[in-house]
Design a protein around this ligand. Structure first.
Ligand code: GLA
Length: 794
């Protein structure tokens, strides 16, 4: 709901309110963002500026804006003794050179030659529905579930118009903000920084949470106290990056997963992003987010406009989980689109970690056949199916199917996969080229190239110049042709390096490069997948190097990380879960010891972590023992039974007081089922007790909680085996190794009953193994052990 009353604006979602107003000088003053309030006089909530701060610049001596409405506000509500200095105000938008010394979202070389800009209110219109953009993807909604206000601001002396658009998604407690700028001046404008939004909030001892890392260690949570100055969360790689995810949070220091005030911010953009939290001398926190101004410059001729990406904000006074729930619902309802919106994702078998480049049709079909037998649903043929792609030094850019590997061509291969009863998906890396490729030999000018500088390489490859229409056409034509000819129903769209030597000979202003690259990519994806809505698109960038809301406007899910070690994934998937729903997080079970860490983990833990996402398997199934195959089949059956809850249920991180444990849960939307995962990283000897808290159930209803049965392999016990088996076996002997392949023990199953209130207070679990003997009730976790528990209504 958006209401405007005498140039005061009240934006309301189901549980939040966002208020701002026009000042007597025409600036937009931010008044409140927080838990929902009834519409009322704003005065009590305004940041006061009665005393004059020495050395601050006084705006008050300049001419006041004289619109009818602002005059009324002034007469009715403004205390004439107020000192009007922009540096000590909470604003919705600020300029440069008029007394506010915090970072402005806009830095423009103005037609008058200065950098001074001062945008003031002109008019506003409220409409129902969402407001599309021409150049960038946006959130979307119907007139029933959202409305927006378009506020026109102007810099009067330079005839520049700025539109601030706020869209209120009431049911998901999200407000989006974006802006566009129009040059009405005869002179050209040179834009050097344009952020999508800013908002000033009085500081309440906040801290900032960011999700950072790198390849195979994406989105680890980091918290920093806010102190004077600016903390910046940015990327400059050309993508949203694995270094700093664009989403970040602001919270009270005392906030937990289930309590306290938490704000969330993100942006619908896949290029270089910039988010900042700045605390100034007046104890006001400025939050802003938008395109990174790193190497950015954009020129606007008369009547041209520039659109900023859409920023997304949410708030909860019930802690991090509730804030995440808003984002999750919003993404599932208003970002992900097409036929796969709200549709359960298939269980994937991917050949990459099974064979890398070393495969032929026979090997692939065998993997697919085994996968099918175990219950998998979609076979993904990963890298290596085209051109001379037998290693990562050749072939990117080419689309000819390698007939040595796939003698019946792609169409024939897909038919064979389909005949096995599986859907077929295909990997592409369309934004790249190897110099050893037919494409590069024919069109070296398609690659990004800065004359006079040697190119630099990442994974032996170069980036195609997506600013060029002929490059865009090349990709669209080739990818579309293969999809249509072969009947592919899933695509993995990869992008395996950062951009260097950013330069395009198509552009006269290289400051446009990074943004044009991303708008080029969006246009390619729209052209390929717009007419093919049946295709499930998974994007990927060396794992989670481009996990952002821009990609999610096209791709339904994203490969979270090349790191499939479940203990590493606990950190990665947990980080992602603050900002993105499980329906978008692709997670696979792979072999142990792990490709990236050499860590050995139980099959059960690998599944228990991957189940909190879109499940897949990525290992050579030939080497699984009989009992492992049974375990995989049983995992898949379990996942299918609870798939909707895992992918689209309400996911929560349960606060746990010990650093070596983690508890997650998914709750079915109707509330009568929860599946919770208990994960232990390193064992601590005789640690005491473990417990589970189940959140969000009906306090008065009765529930049963039961451990999901899982295998414990006898081999794990080595020399200890004599303590737990009735017969003595040589720990290195053939008998034990053989027994391990055909027999496994069952991990202890516990069952308890209680009402929702009891389960929320905490169920104490059986002891873990401490070496003092074994019985079937003892929990055998050890290092990296885990269990799933199913809670159902009685
Ligand atoms: C990237 C992806 C992997 C795999 C390889 C193939 O690293 O993240 O999942 O597709 O490329 O080369």
């Amino acid at each position: 709901m958006i209401e405007s009353l005498k140039e005061q604006f009240y934006l309301t979602t189901e549980h939040t309110s966002y208020w701002f107003r026009v000042t007597e000088f025409g600036h937009l003053e931010h008044v409140y963002y927080g838990a929902k309030l009834q519409k009322q006089n704003m005065e009590a909530l305004r940041y006061k500026h009665i005393a004059e701060f020495g050395s601050c610049i006084s705006y008050g001596k300049t001419e006041k804006v004289s619109t009818r409405a602002t005059k009324k506000i002034k007469n009715a509500e403004i205390n004439s003794s107020e000192h009007y200095s922009l540096d000590t105000m909470c604003l919705e938008w600020s300029g440069i050179g008029r007394g506010d010394y915090r970072q402005s979202p806009l830095e423009i070389k103005m037609p008058d030659g200065s950098f001074v800009n001062d945008f003031v209110f002109k008019t506003s219109t409220i409409k129902s529905g969402s407001c599309d953009m021409h150049t960038l993807p946006t959130a979307y909604g119907t007139p029933e579930d959202c409305m927006y206000i378009d506020i026109t601001m102007e810099d009067r002396s330079n005839q520049i118009e700025l539109h601030l658009i706020y869209t209120v998604y009431e049911d998901t407690d999200v407000i989006t903000r974006r802006a566009y700028i129009v040059n009405r001046n005869d002179e050209k404008l040179v834009i050097r920084r344009v952020l999508s939004m800013m908002v000033d909030i009085p500081n309440r001892d906040y801290r900032m949470t960011t999700f950072d890392g790198g390849w195979i260690k994406e989105t680890h949570r980091h918290d920093r106290d806010i102190t004077y100055g600016r903390i910046v969360n940015f990327s400059a790689t050309g993508g949203s990056s694995n270094q700093h995810n664009p989403g970040f949070l602001l919270s009270e220091k005392t906030a937990t997963e289930s309590s306290g005030n938490v704000y969330g911010f993100n942006i619908i953009y896949s290029g270089n992003h910039y988010g900042a939290v700045e605390l100034n001398h007046a104890d006001i926190v400025r939050v802003s987010i938008g395109i990174n101004d790193h190497c950015f410059e954009w020129e606007l001729d008369k009547e041209e406009l520039f659109e900023m990406p859409e920023a997304v904000m949410t708030f909860s006074n019930k802690g991090f989980n509730s804030m995440s729930h808003h984002f999750h619902d919003f993404i599932n309802k208003h970002i992900v689109r097409g036929e796969w919106k709200d549709k359960e994702r298939p269980i994937i078998i991917n050949n990459w970690e099974a064979y890398f480049f070393d495969f032929n049709e026979r090997k692939l079909l065998r993997l697919a056949e085994q996968g099918k037998k175990l219950g998998m649903e979609l076979f993904v043929l990963d890298d290596g199916w085209f051109g001379a792609r037998n290693s990562d030094s050749a072939g990117l850019g080419d689309y000819e199917v390698n007939r040595k590997k796939l003698p019946s061509g792609m169409k024939g291969f897909v038919q064979k996969i389909k005949a096995l009863g599986l859907q077929c998906g295909l990997w592409f890396e369309p934004e790249m080229v190897n110099e050893d490729s037919d494409l590069y030999r024919a069109h070296p000018e398609y690659a990004i190239n800065l004359p006079g500088k040697n190119p630099t390489y990442g994974r032996n490859q170069r980036v195609l110049d997506l600013c060029k229409p002929q490059v865009q056409d090349y990709i669209v034509e080739n990818v579309s042709r293969i999809l249509d000819d072969a009947g592919i129903t899933y695509v993995k769209w990869d992008m395996n390096r950062h951009i260097s030597e950013a330069y395009s000979d198509r552009l006269t202003n290289q400051g446009e490069f990074f943004h044009r690259y991303i708008t080029g990519l969006y246009s390619i994806m729209k052209r390929i997948f717009g007419p093919r809505p049946h295709i499930l698109l998974e994007s990927c960038s060396s794992g989670g190097n481009r996990f952002d809301l821009g990609m999610l406007c096209y791709s339904h899910q994203i490969w979270a990380s090349d790191d499939t070690d479940p203990i590493e994934r606990l950190k990665i998937q947990k980080g992602l879960s603050y900002l993105y729903p499980l329906s978008t997080i692709s997670a696979h079970v792979s072999a142990s010891p792990h490709l990236q860490t050499l860590r050995e983990t139980a099959f059960s833990t690998r599944f228990n972590v991957a189940a909190f996402g879109c499940l897949g398997y990525e290992l050579d199934l030939r080497y699984l023992s009989k009992v492992e195959k049974q375990e995989v089949a049983e995992q898949i059956a379990f996942y299918k039974l609870h798939r909707r809850t895992f992918q689209f249920g309400e996911f929560s991180r349960v606060d746990y007081p010990k650093n070596n444990k983690m508890q997650w849960q998914v709750r079915k939307k109707d509330g009568n089922k929860v599946i919770t995962g208990f994960f232990q990283t390193l064992t601590i000897a005789a640690e005491g007790y473990d417990y589970l808290r189940i959140l969000g159930l009906n306090a008065d209803k009765e529930y049963v909680i039961e451990t999901k049965p899982q295998n414990v392999y006898v081999e794990r016990f080595g020399g200890l085996i004599k303590h737990i088996m009735p017969v003595e076996l040589n720990p290195d002997g053939l008998i034990l190794r053989t027994a391990n392949r055909i027999y496994s023990m069952q991990d202890g199953v516990e069952t308890y009953q209680g009402d929702g209130a009891l389960l929320a207070s905490g169920v104490l679990l059986n002891n873990q193994f401490v070496g003092s003997g074994y019985n079937e009730k003892i929990r055998l976790l050890g290092d990296f052990g885990s269990n799933l528990y199913v809670v159902t209504e009685r």
